[in-house]
Write a protein that binds this ligand. Structure first.
Ligand SMILES: NC(=O)c1ccc[n+]([C@@H]2O[C@H](COP(=O)([O-])OP(=O)(O)OC[C@H]3O[C@@H](n4cnc5c(N)ncnc54)[C@H](O)[C@@H]3O)[C@@H](O)[C@H]2O)c1
Length: 374
């Protein structure tokens, strides 16, 4: 099995999640490439120290330029606040490394376009993180949507809800400020998750009306005081898209203030003859609609039918850490030219498309008008 050296810049929430996915790579049964974490860079010492539990991670540094100079690093995964995306992503490409970028791929549309263009001119392999389509249920919704069996599509709903910001006593972090999270706020935070499958299916919005909502105007600053918070926390995008020549309503929902939701990603496609619905509330369950004289919603439990086979028994349910591993398998296999017909990670063009949606949403909110997209 070919080994690929990985460097991680930003070892926080996501950096550690990815590192742990590499450590149980033996769970995958049909990949012929293996990631090996060789270096990590993070500004915070306790964050760096955690990586000492990974024997292959020989370089632990506060200076990401040292990591970029390491010849053992082939691919760099970057998980830092959004205001740092552009500088660090461009530095990765300049260093001649392949890039696995975190969403939203820059702090705004201009930034995403510059990153996409730099990736193209560098010739490096660049993809953007988006793991939820790797759930078997999500794959089956894609299969249903492309099967031609749904008839005329009547409606699409795709979204991501959580509620961790409902707690007003939770101290502010970088995701609460436009200067670090971006003016796009929750759109940048959760938007790729809602947009990825519709975009992959060719269902880019042609125009949209946005309802954006802010949460708490201030939060504890973690030092005994309060600090102002200015990002959008909830977004409802009421879109039109075109499917087989028909205009179809599509709703994209992103919420950090969704009462009762911990981490709920969902997609629903309804047509005149059939439909498909999947939500991570029931991670192994798929709902399929069948039209006719009598109409049925059929429910089936899919088990562990992941795109990349694993040693995990077929009846077991998949979870978030499995998705990370599947997404990395797709990144590494596509990089080797061996993805075949399996689902690939979000492309730079798809990431730019998400940012066009977010920019249109900001304009719609500002003008209270329907906004057309390019
Ligand atoms: N795919 C997903 O499901 C998912 C989930 C959460 C976050 N994210 C994305 O991941 C990225 C990071 O989010 P997070 O929640 O992991 O943030 P985090 O705050 O937990 O971690 C960010 C880390 O970056 C480090 N950092 C900051 N500046 C740095 C620098 N110059 N050099 C090296 N390290 C630096 C910080 O010290 C911190 O440890 C964001 O783009 C976010 O949108 C993706």
């Amino acid at each position: 099995m070919k080994t690929v050296g990985i460097g991680i810049i930003g070892g926080g929430l996501m950096g550690r999640e990815m590192a742990s996915a590499f450590m149980r790579w033996c769970a995958l049964a049909d990949v012929d490439v293996k990631p090996e974490l060789v270096a990590v860079a993070d500004l915070v010492e306790p964050v760096r120290e955690w990586f000492r539990c990974i024997p292959s991670c020989e370089q632990i540094t506060a200076n990401y330029n040292e990591l970029l100079a390491n010849p053992k690093v082939d691919v760099v995964y970057v998980a830092v606040p959004h205001n740092l995306h552009e500088t660090i992503y461009l530095d990765v490409l300049k260093a001649g490394k392949d890039l696995f970028a975190e969403k939203p791929f820059g702090i705004d549309l201009g930034s995403a376009q510059r990153i996409r263009d730099a990736g193209l001119s560098s010739g490096r392999f660049v993809r953007c993180s988006s793991e939820f389509p790797f759930f078997p249920g999500a794959q089956r919704v894609i299969e249903a949507a492309t099967s031609g069996k749904l008839g005329r599509v009547l409606q699409v709903v795709s979204g991501f809800h959580h509620s961790s910001d409902l707690d007003a006593t939770k101290p502010a972090n970088w995701k609460r400020f436009s200067r670090t999270c971006g003016e796009i706020g929750v759109l940048g935070d959760l938007g790729m998750h809602a947009c990825h499958i519709p975009l992959r299916l060719g269902w880019k919005p042609t125009r949209l009306f946005a309802q954006l909502q802010k949460g708490y105007p201030e939060r504890p600053d973690g030092k005994g005081g309060m600090t102002p918070c200015d990002t959008w926390d909830n977004a409802m995008l009421h879109c039109w898209t075109t499917i087989h020549g028909d205009e179809v309503p599509m709703r994209l929902e992103m919420k950090r203030l969704a009462p009762g939701e911990t981490n709920t990603w969902f997609i629903e496609v309804l047509g005149t003859n059939g439909g498909a619905r999947y939500s991570t509330k029931e991670p192994k369950t798929l709902w399929l609609f069948e039209g006719g004289k009598e109409q049925y919603w059929k429910r089936t439990d899919l088990g562990f039918g992941m795109p990349f086979k694993a040693v995990t028994g077929g009846i077991f349910e998949p979870g978030f850490p499995d998705l990370m591993q599947q997404m990395w398998a797709a990144y590494l296999m596509e990089r080797e030219g061996k993805l075949a017909s399996r689902f690939g990670c979000a492309t730079p063009d798809e990431a730019v498309d998400t940012q066009q949606i977010f920019a249109a949403a900001l304009e719609s909110q500002r003008t209270q008008q329907v906004v057309s997209l390019p």
